[in-house]
Design a protein around this ligand. Structure first.
Ligand code: PLP
Length: 455
């Protein structure tokens, strides 16, 4: 057991000395030390002090089938023995990559027959930028370069991914966005739409896309990218009117629609993909995370018929690719994972059982004095913390969300804070009794937070 070979303090000291962490305040890390996670099973993780924690975030929105799935372990081990690596460049291919491409064509919407593999969601979205530009070059409209994303959208950490995303903190470090990427506001009713019906606000928010297209000039706009439900932005579930109107606007101007399904894919929203829940027909779709339930890194871009016809049938060589595009071990694990989702009927489990139950239980939180709004979509949920109902927010420097997150951590629950919005996205194998268990913890943490911030 590697975890037992050193004390928690020894792990923490070595960690803060040598590990440059992603998205981590290193000042805080040096003071308090990292929580060392040593093992996991089903929907629970354990730390090096033996504390059991309910993982309300599926790691980073990825462990859809839960921890400890032996079929995934076996698939990786078998593939590592048989063929641990071979690439997909220069007219070579491998059986797991071919079989996974076939299976993805089966479980994704009908316009998708081709997949381009990457190792992550960020690489997938970088690939989208290159594919979109190549598409319009082939179509003889190279001036169509501008891609429109959304404020607080998250599309990854590479230069193009972070540019497509609309996180101001990321843009501020490194002079982003790169040229020809612009943003519109997010469809966040609680922040931007109060006083209007949600439906009317959905149409208004979609209208911001048309305004931006006209501002840039329709002949210069290449694509629009969005997450069906903004995840890292705070689980912003858009009004039902939003996405159909976005689709109508993209169609009107002939603009490519890109659905970032890195979080919403593979059952999270109660359908295989979030675009099905939202009623859109994207031209490109990025995925990662849930494709392997995070057991090994894999991502990719589903290429719809419109783009495939140009890039694959007529396009010659696409000068783009990664050493690990179609990595056989990652593909073997993804195959086993998708088959497990099918065997366990996880998509309908989310749609007809635990998704509606999570919605019901989250709605009950509205009676709590700290809660201004709750939202869910499938197995994603958000609790907006407020100073006073209905919508008076706390001063941001109070960092009430962080206070609540610390109480969650201390009480055996992983919940993420996005400002004062507390969010969950638990594994899709969760049961109703486990949702009840999570709700007891959430309520306890809200009470503790209330006691701390209202004094
Ligand atoms: N797109 C979305 C919607 C995401 O949530 C993420 C990661 O959280 C990414 C892209 C980037 O994926 P990765 O971290 O695998 O590069």
């Amino acid at each position: 057991q590697r975890a037992a070979s050193r004390s928690t303090k020894e792990w923490q000291d070595a960690d803060s000395k040598h590990f440059f962490h992603p998205f981590t305040d290193h000042g805080g890390l040096a003071k308090k030390g990292a929580r060392i996670i040593t093992r996991a099973e089903n929907i629970y993780i354990w730390d090096s002090e033996g504390h059991k924690i309910l993982d309300g975030m599926s790691g980073l929105w990825c462990v859809n089938t839960g921890y400890g799935q032996q079929a995934l372990v076996d698939a990786a081990a078998k593939q590592m023995k048989e063929l641990p690596f071979y690439n997909a460049f220069f007219q070579t291919s491998t059986p797991p990559a071919i079989e996974l491409a076939e299976l993805l064509a089966e479980v994704t919407p009908p316009q998708f027959k081709h997949v381009f593999f990457t190792s992550s969601g960020s690489e997938g979205n970088d690939t989208v930028v290159r594919m979109v530009r190549r598409y319009w070059d082939i179509k003889g409209q190279p001036e169509r370069k501008t891609i429109i994303g959304r404020i607080n959208g998250y599309h990854g950490s590479t230069m193009a991914g972070a540019s497509l995303g609309g996180m101001s903190g990321m843009h501020a470090q490194g002079g982003l966005p790169i040229p020809d990427i612009v943003h519109i506001q997010q469809p966040h009713w609680f922040e931007l739409g109060q006083g209007m019906s949600r439906e009317a606000f959905g149409l208004k928010a979609a209208g911001w896309l048309e305004e931006k297209i006209l501002e840039v000039g329709p002949e210069r706009v290449a694509a629009f990218i969005g997450e069906p439900v903004q995840g890292a932005g705070g689980v912003i579930v858009p009004p039902s009117t939003y996405w159909p109107e976005i689709q109508r606007i993209c169609d009107k101007y002939g603009i490519l629609l890109v659905s970032d399904e890195v979080i919403c894919g593979f059952g999270r929203t109660g359908n295989w993909f979030g675009c099905e829940t939202m009623g859109t027909r994207p031209d490109l779709m990025t995925f990662a995370k849930g494709v392997t339930s995070g057991y090994v890194p894999l991502g990719g871009v589903m290429v719809g018929e419109r783009v495939a016809q140009a890039l694959i049938d007529d396009g010659g060589e696409f000068n783009h690719g990664f050493t690990y595009s179609g990595h056989p071990v990652a593909c073997a694990v993804a195959l086993a994972n998708i088959k497990l989702i099918q065997q366990l009927n996880l998509v309908s489990h989310v749609k007809n059982n635990i998704g509606p139950y999570l919605a019901e239980r989250f709605a009950e939180l509205n009676d709590h004095p700290l809660v201004g709004e709750t939202q869910t979509c499938g197995m994603m949920g958000a609790v907006q913390l407020v100073k006073a109902k209905p919508g008076t927010t706390f001063a941001s420097e109070l960092e009430v969300g962080m206070v609540c997150r610390a109480h969650c951590f201390g009480n055996g629950l992983i919940m993420r804070a996005v400002g004062d919005r507390m969010i969950v996205a638990p594994p899709l194998v969760m049961t109703r009794p486990q949702i009840d268990e999570m709700m007891v913890l959430i309520r306890r943490c809200l009470d503790l937070t209330l006691a701390e911030v209202r004094e």
